[in-house]
Design a binder for this molecule. Structure first.
Ligand code: FES
Length: 184
C-alpha cells in the first residue's frame, strides 16, 4: 500500500522510491526471515526487544503476597514469577544453582522463594538470601545469584493529563500539561 501511494504522485526522494520498488516484489529470504523472527537470547531481535518494557503478566495473575508462583515463557526464556511478602513482583530464572531443582516448586515465604530441595532462598532481585546449614557468619550466599529481570506494575491512563507513576526505574520526563515524553 505504501508503494502504491508513492506511485500516485507523492513528491518523495528518488532514492527512497527506488529502494522501495527494488524490494516490493521480492520474497524474504530464509536468513532475513530468521533475522526478524528469532528472539532467543543473543539474537538481534531479542537484543532489540530487551531495550523496552514488555507486558508479561496482569497484576491479577499474582493476586496474593506469598501466593503461588507462576511459570512464564517469554523471549524464549523459561522464568518464574512470584509476589513477595512486601508485594513486589519478581521474575527470575527457575533453575536453582545448587542442584538445578525448579524454583517454581519453591516455597514463597518471608520475601523470597525457597528451593524445596535443600532450602536455598532467592529474593525478587535474584540474590540468594539464605543457605541453610551454613554457619551464621558465612558469606557464602552473597556469591550466589540467579538471573532476575526488573519488574514494575503500571496501569494505563487515558485521561488528561498523563501522569507517570513514580518508580525508581522510570526515567521519563514529565512536562506539565503535556503528558509524558520518552526518555532521551
Ligand atoms: S537444589 Fe535448590 S537448594 Fe539444592
Amino acid at each position: 500500500m505504501f508503494c502504491n501511494a508513492l506511485q500516485s504522485g507523492w513528491n518523495c526522494n528518488k532514492v527512497w522510491i527506488s529502494a522501495l520498488f527494488s524490494c516490493q516484489d521480492r520474497r524474504m529470504t530464509e536468513s532475513e526471515n530468521q533475522f526478524l523472527t528469532r528472539i532467543g537470547p543473543g539474537t538481534p531481535m531479542s537484543n532489540l526487544m530487551r531495550q523496552y518494557w514488555i507486558p508479561v503478566l496482569q497484576s491479577t495473575d499474582l493476586p496474593e503476597r506469598d501466593g503461588a508462583s507462576l511459570r512464564v515463557g517469554i523471549l524464549c526464556e523459561n522464568l518464574v514469577a512470584f509476589r513477595n511478602s512486601d508485594g513486589k513482583v519478581g521474575l527470575i530464572d527457575p533453575v536453582c544453582p545448587h542442584r538445578c531443582a525448579s524454583l517454581f516448586f519453591g516455597r514463597n515465604e518471608d520475601n523470597g522463594l525457597r528451593c524445596l530441595y535443600h532450602g536455598w532462598k532467592f529474593d525478587v532481585d535474584g540474590h540468594c538470601v539464605d543457605v541453610p546449614n551454613e554457619p551464621p557468619r558465612s558469606k557464602f550466599n552473597g556469591q550466589i545469584k540467579v538471573t532476575a529481570y526488573s519488574c514494575v506494575e503500571k496501569m494505563a491512563s487515558f485521561g488528561p493529563p498523563a501522569v507517570c507513576m513514580e518508580t525508581s526505574c522510570c526515567s521519563e520526563k514529565k512536562i506539565p500539561g503535556q503528558g509524558v515524553t520518552p526518555p532521551q
